[in-house]
Design a protein around this ligand. Structure first.
Ligand SMILES: [Fe+2]
Ligand SMILES: [Fe+2]
Length: 282
């Protein structure tokens, strides 16, 4: 198995984290890393999958009419792809108007659909007996992707910051970095899908490594970690979850502004307005 030194260090939490480990802990961590990597590769080979490399993914950048970091609300990802793609030429949907005073639930119903991943993550968190704050964090953890996929944890935390507890915003922000780092204590492994999305030889960026180290040593680490453990297993096309299932949790933990999201006066009001009106040309 071809493994780069810097990749292993990154996966263990960066240089500083590795230096803090004693010899035995380092050996254990390396073994965990290697075995998770091997398992994922074996599983992929069984399914006949081949992962792209970082260089292969980079070579596709100028074959698309959009950038991969663009928010989900603004593109149809299969538009403008190479002409051999069956789905090329697909168009974005015409969006229904928003009510005068939009609530978070309105965004789930009118701008985020199907949002199955968010709804399923939240249901799983509830089933696992997690706190209302963590269930809400799971429900919102990837909401930033509607605005911007690149650094979605940061966008996601920022858009909800005025309306949720600091702890919920923390869990959303840091789940992005934590996704790259295994935590055997809670059975969290590097996601197989990331080999496909980022390339099999991908090394997390320095700001992600630093965010991981910061979060790892934070008193709320497990909150953000719980978002990743309920995130990983949440792609089941057969599970239907409606947003109403979380009306009570939203009511108790999300401070819905009376003017409506996008009409109130916070530093992120315009971000909600942009999500409400993604067709605005300027
Ligand atoms: Fe995420
Ligand atoms: Fe997610």
């Amino acid at each position: 198995m071809d493994v780069k030194r810097e990749e292993v260090i990154a996966n263990l939490g960066g240089d500083a984290a590795v230096k803090r480990m004693d010899h035995e802990a380092r050996a254990d961590a390396l073994e965990d890393f290697m075995s998770a990597r091997l398992d994922a590769q074996v599983a992929a080979q069984k399914k006949g999958k081949k992962y792209p490399t970082v260089a292969e993914l980079e070579s596709k950048i100028d074959t698309r009419g959009y950038r991969r970091g663009a928010g989900k609300l603004f593109i149809h990802e299969r538009s403008n792809q190479n002409p051999s793609d069956d789905e090329s030429g697909k168009k974005v949907d015409r969006l229904p108007p928003m009510p005068e005073k939009p609530t978070l639930i309105d965004f789930f119903k009118l701008r985020f659909p199907p949002a199955a991943h968010l709804l399923q993550s939240a249901r799983l968190a509830r089933k696992n007996g997690l706190s209302e704050e963590i269930i809400l964090a799971c429900l919102l953890h990837d909401a930033g992707q509607y605005l911007c996929r690149a650094d979605h944890g940061y966008w996601g935390a920022q858009i909800v910051e005025p309306y949720v507890s600091e702890r919920v915003a923390f869990a959303i922000k840091y789940h992005q970095a934590l996704r790259f780092y295994p935590d055997p204590s809670v059975g969290y492994e590097y996601p197989e899908g990331y080999y496909m999305t980022f390339g099999e030889d991908y090394v997390p960026l320095p700001h992600v490594q630093a965010a991981y180290e910061y979060a790892r040593n934070h008193k709320w680490y497990m909150d953000a970690r719980m978002v990743t453990t309920n995130d990983l297993y949440s792609f089941d096309p057969n599970v239907q979850v409606e947003i109403e299932e979380f009306t009570d949790i939203i009511g108790r933990n999300f401070r819905q502004p009376k003017e409506g999201l996008g009409n109130d006066y916070t530093p992120v009001t315009h971000m909600w307005r942009t999500m409400a009106l993604p067709d605005a040309p300027l």
